[in-house]
Design a protein around this ligand. Structure first.
Ligand code: COA
Length: 194
């Protein structure tokens, strides 16, 4: 099955309502915490050029957005969702790959992070180089944690002073950290070794 996966633009605002509905359905189905996002909330992410959309023809198939915190010290990947009939085809992984690339291109200094209760998302994250960390390794930006307010487990998060909740936190390196990890071998020497 062929999907078109790309950075969403103003033209994709027409999908915001449907995406918002998918979160509601998913929270009901899973009976677990998943933050809700209104169409207005999503439209802001579209306009900021921080959303990835997947379509099958003209039909919405999946979605994800990135958000920047702590003066561009952190970028979250949030709201990954695939319409039920398109699940199990590798679509979430393909969407997330593009979100990671977008985050590293736009915010090269930012560490990438996400929190999730989904074992599928944990697997996708691990495949993309994320590692599990404690919550204290994440942003302390209020903006991020207030996003959890619509989650059924928010009380647990607050009770634990934002240091623990039911989600697993995962962190990946910034573009700059990856760049600095490359061995510093002069070009001539590198050619010799190739
Ligand atoms: C979680 C979700 C986004 C996954 O979407 P998807 O397109 O079906 O996922 P993919 O097909 O890309 O699967 C990614 C990997 O997980 C594996 N996987 C998929 N479904 C799985 C399942 N139910 N159990 C175990 N592994 C599974 C796949 O085999 C794949 O691994 P591979 O790359 O080694 O083959 C989708 O189920 C969804 O929208 N769920 C509701 C919303 C949600 O929970 N979002 C996450 C909030 S943090």
């Amino acid at each position: 099955m062929e999907f078109k996966i790309y950075k969403a633009t103003e033209e994709d605002i027409k999908y915001a309502e449907e995406i918002s509905g998918l979160y509601v359905e998913s929270a009901k189905d899973r009976g677990t915490g998943i933050a809700q996002r209104s169409p207005e909330y999503l439209i802001k992410r579209f306009r900021a050029g921080n959303s990835i959309v997947a379509l099958q023809g003209e039909e919405l198939a999946g979605y994800c957005y990135i958000e920047v915190f702590s003066n561009e010290g952190y970028v979250s990947n949030s709201g990954l969702i695939v319409k039920p009939k398109f699940r199990g085809l590798g679509l979430a992984k393909a969407i997330k790959e593009q979100a990671v690339a977008l985050a590293r291109e736009k915010y090269p200094k930012a560490k990438l992070f996400g929190i999730t209760t989904s074992d599928v998302v944990m697997k996708i994250n691990s495949d993309l180089g994320y590692i599990p960390v404690s919550f204290k390794k994440l942003t302390d930006d209020d903006e991020f944690w207030l996003g959890c307010k619509s989650c059924a487990n928010y009380e647990i998060l607050e009770k634990n002073d934002r240091k623990l909740c039911l989600c697993t936190a995962m962190l990946a390196k910034s573009a700059e950290e990856l760049e600095n990890m490359k061995p510093n071998i002069p070009q001539a020497k590198r050619n010799e070794n190739e």
